[in-house]
Design a protein around this ligand. Structure first.
Ligand code: SF4
Length: 191
C-alpha cells in the first residue's frame, strides 16, 4: 500500500466508499477474503493485502476459502463486482458456499461484506445465504444496521492492520496447520 493514503485522520470507510462509488479503486481495497482474514488471522490478512501469496491449490490448504461442490454446479452465475466475488447467486440472493461451519463468524462477515458492498455500489439490498453443503446447513444473512456497523468497524481495523509496515507476529491458532502460510510462520529458523 502507498503511504500517501494511510492518513488515519480520514475515515477508512469514507476512503473505501469513495473508491466504491467512483469505480476508481484507491490503494485501499477490501476484498471478501480480507474481511474473512480479519476475523481469523491478522497476519494472514496482512499477507493477503501485501500480495504475499502462497499456492492454495492443494486440498490441504483450501481452509475456509472456497468449496467446489457439485451440488452447486447448476448455479452458473458468479458475481464479480470490483474486489468482491461471491460464489454464486440463487434466486437473487448472494450465496456463499463453505466447506465447513467451523469459522462461522468469519464466513458471516465475509458474506455480510458482499451485501454491504452491493448496497453501496449498486443500491441493491440483497439477502445472503451461507451454505455448508457437507453439513446440510443454510443460514440467511441480512444486512441489518447492526451488521453494517460491525462491518464498518472491521473496515477501519483492517485499514490499521494493512497499514503496518510489517506483518503482525504469528499467533498459534487451531487452524494454523491447514493454513497456506503454516511453514512460513512456523518453519524452523536454524539457518
Ligand atoms: S499459520 Fe497461523 S499465524 Fe500464520 S498466517 Fe496462518 S493462521 Fe496466521
Amino acid at each position: 500500500m502507498c503511504s500517501d493514503i494511510l492518513n488515519m485522520s480520514i475515515d477508512p470507510v469514507e476512503i473505501l466508499l469513495n473508491s466504491v462509488s467512483s469505480g476508481h479503486p484507491t490503494e485501499f481495497v477490501v476484498t471478501g477474503l480480507m474481511m474473512r482474514y480479519y476475523h481469523t488471522c491478522h497476519r494472514e490478512l496482512w499477507f493477503e493485502s501485501h500480495d504475499i501469496e502462497i499456492d492454495r491449490s492443494t486440498n490441504s490448504i483450501q481452509r475456509g476459502t472456497r468449496v467446489d461442490d457439485m451440488s452447486y454446479s447448476n448455479l452458473s452465475e458468479v458475481l464479480h463486482i470490483g474486489p468482491i466475488a461471491p460464489d454464486v447467486m440463487e434466486d437473487g440472493k448472494i450465496l456463499e458456499v463453505k466447506p465447513s461451519s467451523s469459522m462461522e463468524k468469519a464466513s458471516k462477515m465475509q458474506l455480510g461484506y458482499y451485501l454491504w458492498y452491493l448496497k453501496h455500489k449498486c443500491g441493491e439490498n440483497r439477502k445472503g445465504v451461507l451454505t455448508v453443503p457437507n453439513e446440510k446447513e443454510r443460514t440467511t444473512v441480512k444486512l441489518t444496521a447492526e451488521l453494517e456497523s460491525e462491518i464498518e468497524d472491521a473496515i477501519r481495523e483492517i485499514y490499521e492492520v494493512v497499514s503496518k509496515e510489517s506483518p503482525p507476529e504469528p499467533e498459534e491458532k487451531p487452524f494454523c496447520e491447514t493454513c497456506a502460510y503454516q511453514d512460513f510462520c512456523w518453519g524452523g529458523y536454524d539457518g
